[in-house]
Write a protein that binds this ligand. Structure first.
Ligand SMILES: Cc1cc2nc3c(=O)[nH]c(=O)nc-3n(C[C@H](O)[C@H](O)[C@H](O)COP(=O)(O)OP(=O)(O)OC[C@H]3O[C@@H](n4cnc5c(N)ncnc54)[C@H](O)[C@@H]3O)c2cc1C
Length: 438
């Protein structure tokens, strides 16, 4: 087993993820991005982690720290999937509002899931502080109504968070405060959450890989796992060898469709795209307090400023592998919110695959004996994927409780099977996109 020499590869500045479109601004704003070797030949380990995003690398970090022998095998490079390319917004609670979770699963479970997400948030900030990982964290999150009829929902959400979850860091914003905080008249009201914030996801990912490596995890990039079975011991194959392990974590999320049919039926990939402007000439006109923003559309628009004063604006979604002209779409969406930026140069435009579930809550299951799949964070993985990785490590160290909270969630398979589910999803999403407009 040996790594190919680093100088045989393309220079870092020309690198393009083979699994996600466009080169991200994140890739051009990290001080360094270490390369890890390919896995050549056979390997034996206690725990095989397939996929090096937040879920896989966080699990490896905590497993290695607990003295468990672990190897991460990544098909592309760490961060080439969603974890290195996302909007960086941490959020509060789960992807669904707590009131929706309470309706579907009851108040007690909603409270437990809310508390878990608060633990996830705290864990992320403690982890980065403890290991000196500078992730450009900035506090503040605005969730805003793009239609007047949704404003009352935000008011109710603030109230629900305070009354049922004792969460008092969110306040309701009327139209004037919303306009002032956004630097835009486009939205009608919403929620100002001072108990969360946003960060540079690739810095977090790279820092996590370094911590995992230092703790003794064996890390391999550019080595696709070609098959994975769990009868008896876990056996995986690569192009050049076989991996034997006592157990495996399938942390491939939206990208792992070919490895396990059960996981693939429950986690569906959709594409989301982000554009970065050049540093703004008048940065104070846009988000003067530097919060991040998400809006009330079903196809959520999300934006924030980078530490060097760019607007990072995400929004367009696609349900097939096409990516089209990302910049043109993003520019139109920016101009709707900030008309004075209609002609601002966009220096970077990129996309990634989000793993969603039917219920928009994470999918955690033992999909074969010894193989646990974790994914489907439905656009809420910055805190939850990192934490789920830690909870998996916690489970292998003997504490099952916290991961059980996620594993016990009833998550449905997507209707239509592998061939029909994409056309069905496109139909459903087209309907929701129309509803967003009217
Ligand atoms: C554009 C975009 C914006 C987003 N914005 C936000 C946001 O603002 N806030 C938020 O909370 N979440 C956001 N998300 C979602 C978030 O990024 C994900 O929930 C999270 O990163 C999932 O992490 P993961 O480790 O499970 O998956 P990933 O990071 O996708 O990692 C999976 C890895 O598995 C690897 N893999 C797949 N198959 C194989 C194989 N056969 N062998 C080996 N390796 C394999 C892939 O190459 C990939 O690197 C966004 C996602 C996207 C794409």
């Amino acid at each position: 087993m040996a790594g190919r020499p680093a100088d045989a590869r393309a220079p870092e500045s020309a690198y393009q993820s083979p699994i996600s479109p466009g080169r991200s601004w994140y890739e051009d704003s990290v001080p360094d991005r270490p390369r890890y070797p390919r896995l050549e030949g056979d390997l034996k380990t206690d725990v095989l982690v397939v996929g090096g995003g937040f879920t896989g690398l966080s699990a490896a970090t905590h497993l290695a720290a607990a003295g468990i022998d672990v190897a991460v095998v990544e098909a592309a490079r760490f961060g080439d999937g969603a974890s290195g390319r996302n909007g960086g917004q941490m959020g509060t609670g789960q992807r669904l509002w707590s009131s929706e979770i309470a309706e579907a699963y009851g108040l007690e479970r909603a409270k437990a899931l809310f508390a878990l997400a608060e633990d996830a948030k705290a864990h992320l900030l403690e982890f980065t502080a403890a290991h000196g990982i500078d992730v450009d964290f900035r506090p503040g999150q605005l969730s805003v109504a793009h239609k007047k009829r949704y404003v009352a929902d935000y008011e109710a959400q603030v109230e629900d968070l305070a009354v049922n979850y004792d969460y008092r860091r969110a306040s309701f914003m009327g139209p004037a405060e919303t306009a002032e905080r956004l630097g835009s008249q486009r939205y009608f009201g919403g929620m100002n959450d001072e108990g969360t914030g946003h960060l540079h996801p690739l810095k977090l990912l790279i820092g996590t890989a370094k911590v995992a490596h230092a703790a003794g995890a064996r890390l391999f990039e550019e080595t696709p796992i070609l098959s994975l079975t769990g009868t008896g011991a876990v056996l995986a194959t690569t192009a050049t060898g076989r991996i034997r392990a006592r157990r495996a974590l399938l942390a491939t999320n939206a990208h792992g469709g070919g490895l396990n049919d059960t996981a693939a039926r429950h986690i569906m990939p959709i594409r989301s795209f982000i554009g970065a402007t050049e540093p703004l000439a008048e940065p104070q006109r846009v988000l003067p307090g530097e919060p991040s923003v998400d809006d009330s559309r079903f196809s959520v628009r999300y934006f924030r400023k980078s530490v060097d004063g760019r607007l990072l604006f995400g929004g367009r979604e696609a349900y097939t592998s096409e990516s089209g002209d990302i910049s043109a779409h993003i520019r139109r969406q920016i101009a709707e919110v900030y008309p004075h930026l209609a002609a601002v140069p966009i220096t970077h435009a990129w996309g990634g695959s989000v793993g969603i579930t039917m219920e928009r809550l994470p999918y955690v299951r033992e999909v074969e004996p010894g193989i646990t799949a974790i994914g489907g964070f439905s656009g809420h993985g910055v805190i939850m994927a990192n934490f789920a990785g830690r909870l998996y490590a916690e489970r292998l160290s003997g504490n099952r409780d916290r991961l059980n909270l996620l594993e016990d969630l009833e998550i449905s398979a997507f209707p239509g099977g592998k061939s029909l589910r994409t056309p069905l999803l496109v139909l459903a999403m087209t309907w929701y996109a129309l509803r967003d407009r009217f």
